[in-house]
Design a protein around this ligand. Structure first.
Ligand code: AKG
Length: 261
C-alpha cells in the first residue's frame, strides 16, 4: 500500500508519479498494490471538471498497463470521474486485476460537507458490493464512508474478509481515522487496508497514518503521519475464520431487535 503526497490539480504529474513508483519499487512478490483517494487531482474542487477522468480514462489505461507489466492486482484508489454523458463528476474507486481487466468500480455515496464535496461532486448511487481478487472476497469504500458502520457490516455479511479504504483524510480528525479503522476491523472481524495521503496539499493538511489492521484489531503495518511510506501485509482468510469462531459475533446477532434498519 502506497502512502504518498498526491500533486494538487495535476493529472499528468500524478500519472507519471505512479508510473515512476512502479518502475522504482520491486513488486515482484506482491499480490495487490493499493493507492489513496483522488490520486489524479487531490481536492482541487474549483477546477475538478478540467482534471476529471472520462469513464476512468486515462487513469484506467495507465493502471491496466502497470498491472499487466508488473503482474499485480491494483486497488487503484479513486479518481475524479465523469462516468455518464452529463457534466457531473463523481469520486470513483476502481480495481484492476493482474490481467489488466476492470474487476470493480464504486462511486462514493457519502459526500463530505466539511470539504464542500456536495457543491462540486455528485453522490454515487452504486450499492456496496464485494468483488474477488485471486479468490479472496473484498470490499472497497472511500474516506468519509468510514463513518458509516452499516456499509462495513453489509460488506462483511456479503462475505468480505478484507475491506480497502482509500482516503485523503484531514489531519484535523486523525484520531477519528485511527479509531474507526480499528473499530471496523474488530466489529466485523476482517482486515482493514486503509490508504491515506499526507502533508499539505492545496489548503488541507492530511493525516497520513495509513494502516493495515487485522481481524482481531491487531496492527499488521502502519505508517507515520508524515512522509511517504510503503506498507506491506499478508491477509490470511483462515485467521478471519479463527477469530470469528473464537468470538462468534455473527452468530450472536439479534436482527429482530435492531429497529433502525
Ligand atoms: O470524515 C472525515 O473527517 C474526512 C472525510 C474526508 O476527508 C473525505 O471523505 O475525503
Amino acid at each position: 500500500m502506497l502512502q504518498y503526497q498526491v500533486v494538487f490539480g495535476d493529472l499528468e504529474a500524478n500519472l507519471k508519479r505512479i508510473q515512476d513508483v512502479f518502475a522504482e519499487e520491486d513488486f515482484k512478490d506482491t499480490d495487490v498494490v493499493v493507492l489513496p483517494e483522488m490520486w489524479t487531482s487531490s481536492y482541487d474542487l474549483e477546477n475538478i471538471q478540467s482534471h476529471a477522468c472520462h469513464h476512468l480514462e486515462p487513469a484506467k489505461s495507465v493502471i491496466s498497463e502497470l498491472a499487466k507489466k508488473y503482474d499485480v492486482n491494483i486497488v487503484a484508489g479513486s479518481v475524479a470521474n465523469m462516468k455518464d454523458d452529463s457534466d457531473r463528476v463523481y469520486n470513483t474507486a476502481f480495481v484492476i486485476d493482474w490481467s489488466g481487466a476492470l474487476v470493480h468500480e464504486y462511486s462514493k455515496m457519502h459526500l463530505v460537507p466539511m470539504l464542500n464535496e456536495p457543491e462540486f461532486l455528485a453522490a454515487g448511487q452504486d450499492k456496496v458490493e464485494t468483488f474477488k481478487l485471486d479468490g479472496n472476497t473484498c470490499g472497497i469504500v472511500i474516506c468519509y464512508d468510514l463513518r458509516f458502520p452499516e456499509l462495513f457490516r453489509d460488506l462483511a455479511l456479503k462475505g468480505a474478509t478484507s475491506i480497502f479504504v482509500v482516503a485523503e483524510w484531514p489531519m484535523a480528525r486523525k484520531a477519528h481515522w485511527e479509531t474507526l479503522i480499528r473499530a471496523r476491523a474488530i466489529e466485523n472481524q476482517l482486515y482493514m487496508v486503509a490508504a491515506d495521503t499526507h502533508g499539505e496539499i492545496g489548503d488541507q493538511e492530511y493525516a497520513g497514518r495509513s494502516m493495515i489492521v487485522g481481524p482481531f484489531g491487531e496492527s499488521v503495518d502502519e505508517a507515520s503521519d508524515s512522509g511517504d511510506a510503503i506498507l506491506t501485509g499478508r491477509v490470511d482468510g483462515s485467521e478471519v475464520d479463527r477469530i470469528r469462531k473464537d468470538v462468534p459475533i455473527f452468530d450472536s446477532r439479534r436482527r429482530e431487535m435492531y429497529h433502525f434498519l
